[in-house]
Design a protein around this ligand. Structure first.
Ligand SMILES: Cc1cc2nc3c(=O)[nH]c(=O)nc-3n(C[C@H](O)[C@H](O)[C@H](O)COP(=O)(O)OP(=O)(O)OC[C@H]3O[C@@H](n4cnc5c(N)ncnc54)[C@H](O)[C@@H]3O)c2cc1C
Length: 369
């Protein structure tokens, strides 16, 4: 192997890029991760709810349904084996009006057929007994949902990568890549300098930038690149432990899982994410959204103290379907069928990408040699 030639180059040190790199490094491959920022996981992987999803909501034939329930089990096993802080809180999905009960039935059936066998129907009284602040007419209980300390998880993935000889090149920006004799010629910029790196495998795990990065693969037929739409998710924080021990989700809508109650590892309550379709990357949370948050939250926590709600952080979902076009799935594009081996583009890696990261890594590693 010559200097600057690797078995695998991964663009992006988010939770998915790290999980894939970890698996490739453990298989004995010489791995380099190219990361534009000065640290791992500082984009979408640190702008999410940190929920270990059970896999309740996804269409039966989707990649999300294929990955999530197994990803959930694998995530708990991994966290236990590596002492990554996590909590198996469980979650309630709550119907706050009679006309939402039908939707709970659909979610229940969908979850069962997707392999979430432990989901239970519960009464509104049961929910209020367990969580006295929450009011609903009926609910579902999902015992396998939980939360993970995402930063600790990513540090642990990075430790596994480094233990197996892989490394991250920080402050390094993928400019473009070409292909010659089955070797990817990757041009990156670092400190205003251009560097060429060669690799046998090229993985585009650049999250919300995946479409942009793929457009800079000079050899790639651009018709293979799906358009990405941005759906920003804003959070409002309370900064308080309100004594709530479970994640509380309203009935989901087309674009998101609903404006839910999330918990951090200190059991501090936050609400969100909502859905704000946008063309730009701007993480400011607009205080004017507070009224909409309050109106949604008060339906399932009638006694919520409105003055606690303060603008928090936000993240951006890369959606492959635009507003009103229905549910978006992951698209893990292996372009073998277009005559190029060992190139993988990961598009639309929104939720449950964190939960599914270990399983996505296995799937991707099966596609390359
Ligand atoms: C609001 C919100 C809530 C969510 N909640 C959950 C949840 O509770 N549970 C769950 O399972 N999932 C959740 N997700 C999804 C999860 O956060 C993502 O699936 C996951 O973080 C995506 O990881 P990634 O590695 O693909 O992307 P990222 O974390 O964005 O990493 C991509 C990396 O690529 C780098 N990069 C981009 N372009 C270049 C370039 N040209 N050169 C070099 N580097 C580049 C970026 O700097 C970045 O570090 C949520 C997502 C959002 C937006």
């Amino acid at each position: 192997m010559t200097e600057n030639t690797y078995d695998a180059v991964i663009i992006g040190a988010g939770v998915i890029g790290l999980a894939i790199s970890r698996k490739l490094a453990q298989e004995g491959k010489d791995v380099l991760i190219i990361e534009e920022q000065g640290q791992i996981g500082s984009v979408t992987s640190s702008r999410n709810s940190g929920v270990i999803h059970a896999g309740v909501y996804y269409d039966k034939d989707s990649l999300k349904a294929k990955f999530c329930p197994d990803g959930n089990r694998r995530m708990y096993e991994y966290c236990v084996s590596r002492s990554v802080p996590h909590l198996n809180t469980g979650k309630f999905i709550v119907a706050t009006s009679n006309n939402e009960i039908e939707k709970l039935e659909v979610i229940y059936d969908q979850a069962k057929s997707a392999g979430v066998i432990d989901i239970e129907k519960v009464s509104g009284n049961h929910v209020s007994t367990v969580e006295p602040l929450v009011k609903c007419v009926e609910g579902l209980y999902v015992p396998s949902s939980g939360i993970v300390d995402t930063s600790a998880l990513m540090r642990s993935y990075l430790g596994d990568i480094e233990d197996n000889g892989g490394m991250v090149s920080y402050n390094t920006f993928l400019k473009c890549a070409d292909l010659s004799n089955n070797l990817f010629k990757i041009i990156v910029t670092q400190n205003n300098e251009e560097i060429e790196i060669n690799s046998h495998i090229l993985i585009n795990a650049s999250g919300i930038f995946a479409e942009k990065v793929a457009n800079n693969f000079l050899f790639l037929d651009k018709s293979n690149i799906p358009k990405t739409y941005f759906a920003k998710g804003n959070y409002f924080e309370t900064g308080k432990n309100l004594g709530i021990k479970h994640l509380i989700y309203p009935v989901p809508n087309e674009a998101s899982l609903g404006l839910h109650l999330g918990l951090d590892m200190g059991m501090t309550v936050r609400f969100g994410p909502d859905v704000e379709w946008t063309d730009e990357i701007n993480y400011t949370v607009d205080i004017d959204r507070e009224e909409m948050f309050y109106n949604d939250i008060v339906k399932y926590i009638p006694s919520i103290d409105r003055s606690l709600l303060k603008p928090g952080y936000s993240g951006i979902r890369p959606k492959l379907k635009n507003q009103g076009e229905g549910k978006s799935d992951f698209k893990i594009d292996c372009v073998k069928q277009h005559g190029i081996d060992n190139l993988i583009n990961l598009f639309g890696m929104e939720s449950p990408g964190l939960t599914s990261s270990l399983v996505i890594a296995d799937y991707v590693c099966e596609l390359v040699d």
